[in-house]
Design a protein around this ligand. Structure first.
Ligand code: PMP
Length: 337
């Protein structure tokens, strides 16, 4: 038994019961672990779908160049699919991202252009402006635009949603997912609500992002926007992939709670996952009162811990931000005394 190429291994990810970090929740809590995708994240699903839809509509032609402003998981998914399908990739990113992320994309032959962080989006040097300029000037190029490209949420309507429904034998009562572009939560929610409209869809947001306030008041409040550390979720604008009508509630989680929970998941469940996974599980605990015995809660675990080794998995990084609690004397501390 074999797969014809690595893209055929995307999806069909495992659903794993959380036994320790969710012990105070009366429901069965299941983690949908997306790190078994070839790019180690959920974004492989939508990257492939955006490419396939662009091929069908003629926007992406043989030998073309894919241009996107990303350094993260979407870039990885696009870069891997581009290898198999024979496209070139150019990604623009900012100098606040770690070098390891750029190197990972370059490993698949992608070109990465690093732009300054501290410039306005309209500045010609910003990573938005550079990617738009490249799209205009590079012949036979295509920009997926993951935020407003609805192939993104459609990927989850077609694959992630049905997988969750089948793996829980239709017993799911709540879905918890971080919201960035909104593709994951909106696509899964659309599928699940068609099957059973009573399923509650709970979005995880960050402090510094506009989603929760917009859902609750209908107001786009610029005062909600400020810099934050949590990666992959929250935005300072409203992407078209966020379908607010399908999301029942947004829960905000602090950078500190997200970081500490990310570590706790590795240490208590043996699951090595990324920063937004910590946000989602911390959000679950904050929303404890929403769940009762017999409920089946599915939480999306979007990406892998290796991308965060220099961050929440690093004690010095946590200490610098005042996040480390219950500091214990380590062997290293004893030796250096
Ligand atoms: N977590 C991580 C690590 C991500 O990279 C993303 C994508 N921005 C998300 C969560 C949110 O997923 P989505 O963009 O589908 O809302």
């Amino acid at each position: 038994m074999w797969y014809n190429n690595i893209l055929d291994t995307i999806g069909n990810t495992p659903l794993v019961k959380l036994n320790k970090v969710a012990k105070d929740i009366p429901a069965t809590v299941l983690a949908k672990i997306e790190t078994t995708n070839p790019g180690n994240s959920i974004k492989d699903r939508m990257a492939l779908k955006m490419i396939e839809d662009a091929e069908k509509s003629g926007k992406l032609k043989p030998g073309g160049t894919i241009i996107e402003g990303t350094s993260g998981n979407t870039g990885m998914g696009l870069a891997i699919a581009a290898v198999i399908k024979g496209y070139k990739c150019i990604f623009t990113s900012t100098d606040k991202q770690s070098k390891e992320k750029f190197d990972a994309l370059r490993a698949f032959g992608a070109e990465v252009i690093v732009c300054p962080t501290n410039v306005e989006p309209e500045d010609p040097r910003s990573y938005y402006s550079v990617s738009s300029r490249l799209e205009r000037e590079v012949p036979n190029s295509w920009k997926p635009n993951q935020y407003d490209n609805l192939s993104n949420s459609q990927a989850h309507y077609e694959s992630t949603g049905p997988e969750i429904w089948e793996q829980t034998e239709g017993k799911i009562t709540h879905l918890i997912a971080g919201v960035g572009t909104g593709g994951t939560i909106s696509g899964i929610a659309r599928y699940l609500k068609e099957k059973n409209p009573a399923i509650q869809i709970l979005g995880i947001d960050t402090y510094g992002s506009v989603f929760k306030k917009y859902k609750e008041t209908g107001v786009f409040d610029k005062n909600e926007i400020y810099p934050y550390i949590t990666e992959g979720i929250g935005e300072d604008f409203l992407p078209q992939n966020v379908d607010f009508s399908l999301i029942d509630h947004f829960e905000k989680v602090t950078d500190k709670d997200a970081a500490l929970m990310t570590r706790e998941i590795a240490r208590k469940e043996g699951i090595f996952s990324g920063n937004s996974t910590g946000s989602a599980v911390a959000g679950l605990l904050q929303m404890k009162d929403k769940f009762k015995e017999g409920d089946v809660v599915v939480i999306i675990f979007p990406d892998h811990g290796t991308r965060y080794l220099g961050k929440m998995y690093n004690d010095d990084w946590l200490r610098d931000r005042g996040f480390l609690k219950d500091e214990k004397l380590t062997a290293r501390d004893i030796i250096s005394k």
